[in-house]
Design a protein around this ligand. Structure first.
Ligand SMILES: Cc1cc2nc3c(=O)[nH]c(=O)nc-3n(C[C@H](O)[C@H](O)[C@H](O)COP(=O)(O)OP(=O)(O)OC[C@H]3O[C@@H](n4cnc5c(N)ncnc54)[C@H](O)[C@@H]3O)c2cc1C
Length: 420
């Protein structure tokens, strides 16, 4: 089949690789609006759901060379840093067949891109797609050029224009499908050497480990990135201020103010920040009625279909699962086109993926709410559950593999079947 993928982010590249690895050979073109391929941002955590697939694609050596493998994830009380729970991440490899890793986004993007090129995927840069023939299988570029394909897969990210166009095409009211979660996160870095040199913070970087201080309407997560040179700081907070015109000095001031009533170690870490600070409001995609067109010639995946709050670190894992599940659905069609039409195959994909992804989206936001509880009964229940046994299997293989911070009365239970 001729398959066009729109968007060369982590979802688009994973989809290209997954399809190129299929038994049936496809002609794959990946279109990207940017003039150069790159990923911005800092470190990301990858659950075994993603790393298992990357290992299967033969990317193990490259991935592990660029990653850190945190040994544990520690949840701490925001006010004094006392430990509420510690998850042994080093056991994940045994438990889930692949490690939990932290990697810089740009490194992962580079590794996936190189493999896609090796597998013969064709790339078109500066190719912004502005319109789609959802039932007929065509797309139109900004320069007016129209291209046809058997299947078009849009992975154009959280601000997807394909999503709005598909919803309109399918007759769903012209509403806004992206919603603010009410949270935002300041992201910054502190040099690990400075953190090590201070006796009060040295423990944080003695080994590769994630830490999270849960506080009233805010939390700070830290983990090492970039060959252990930097400590990544993600400071979540209520999204109640527009910082778009703030200077770096103002952002640093706000960072310090937020830390001022927290564990002294948090205050020291914040003082050590030497990078620019970025503020990311956290959005999620509402439940879409469909991800696929009626003919099956168009499919929406990745953040475009299901961007979610990052509190379970599942965004990339779900994009990789989408890629694998879609390649498997399309393989079913191509290997037995008489009994499995394209439309049937992609609808099966949608039926298998949507409920799982929506569950994890809700669980991700719920985890954020749990992390940021104000003082009160719910927080007492949460802390008791975390101290005692707050981690019950939920989402296979992620930090979400534990029912993070969920006490008996705040329960969010789910069992999840993977892909089709
Ligand atoms: C603060 C923060 C922290 C996060 N932390 C984690 C984490 O620890 N672990 C994790 O798994 N996930 C994390 N995520 C989520 C993760 O980053 C996303 O789920 C993932 O990157 C989505 O990939 P994507 O390819 O769907 O979208 P994107 O990476 O946004 O890629 C979309 C691509 O499409 C291109 N494009 C857009 N429009 C067009 C067009 N019209 N034509 C052609 N090309 C187009 C864009 O240029 C871009 O290259 C985090 C997200 C945030 C915001």
């Amino acid at each position: 089949m001729r398959i066009i993928i729109v968007g060369a982010g982590l979802a688009g590249l994973s989809t290209a690789i997954s399809l190129a690895n299929s038994p049936t050979k496809h002609d794959i073109l990946l279109l990207e609006s940017a003039s150069a391929l790159a990923e911005i941002g800092a470190g990301i955590q990858l659950t075994p759901v993603a790393t298992r697939e990357f290992l299967r694609w033969g990317l193990g050596d490259a991935l592990l060379a660029a990653s850190a493998l945190p040994k544990s994830w520690t949840l701490r009380r925001g006010s004094d840093g006392s430990v509420l729970n510690r998850v042994d991440l080093s056991a994940f490899k045994e438990e889930y067949g692949a490690p939990y890793v932290v990697i810089h986004r740009a490194d992962l993007h580079r590794i996936l891109h190189a493999r896609a090129v090796e597998l013969g995927v064709e790339f078109g840069l500066q190719s912004k797609v502005v319109d789609y023939g959802f039932e007929e299988g065509w797309l139109q570029l900004e320069n007016g050029q129209r291209t046809e394909a058997d299947v078009v897969i849009a992975c154009d990210g959280i601000n997807s224009s394909a999503r709005s166009l598909l919803m309109r095409h399918l007759g769903h009211s012209d509403q806004e499908w992206l919603e603010a979660t009410g949270w935002a996160a300041y992201r910054a870095m502190a040099p690990v050497n400075d953190v090590k040199a201070d006796s009060s913070t040295a423990e944080i970087v003695r080994e590769h480990a994630g830490n999270c201080w849960a506080d009233d309407q805010k939390s700070l997560m830290t983990y090492m990135v970039q060959g252990s040179r930097n400590l990544n700081l993600v400071f979540s907070h209520r999204d109640n201020v527009n910082t778009s015109d703030w200077t770096q000095a103002e952002l640093h001031e706000e960072f310090k103010r937020m830390a001022s009533d927290m564990d002294p170690r948090v205050r020291r870490l914040v003082d050590m920040v030497d990078s620019p600070i970025n503020n990311w409001p956290v959005f999620q995609v509402k439940t879409l009625p469909n991800w696929v067109s009626n003919s099956g010639r168009f499919v929406l995946i990745g953040d475009a279909a299901h961007a979610m709050a990052f509190y379970l670190s599942m965004g990339v894992s779900l994009a990789v699962e989408d890629a694998t599940a879609l390649a498997s659905a399309l393989e079913q069609h191509t290997s037995d086109a008489d009994s499995i039409t394209l439309s049937t195959a992609v609808k099966k994909f949608e039926e298998a993926r949507k409920p799982r992804v929506e569950l994890i989206r809700d669980a991700s936001l719920h985890a954020g709410t749990m992390l940021h509880l104000p003082p009160g009964r719910d927080r007492v229940v949460r802390d008791e559950a975390a101290l005692k046994d707050g981690f019950i299997p939920m989402v296979e293989g992620g930090l979400g593999s534990r029912e993070l911070l969920v006490g008996p009365n705040l329960g969010y239970k789910a069992t999840i079947e993977v892909v089709i």
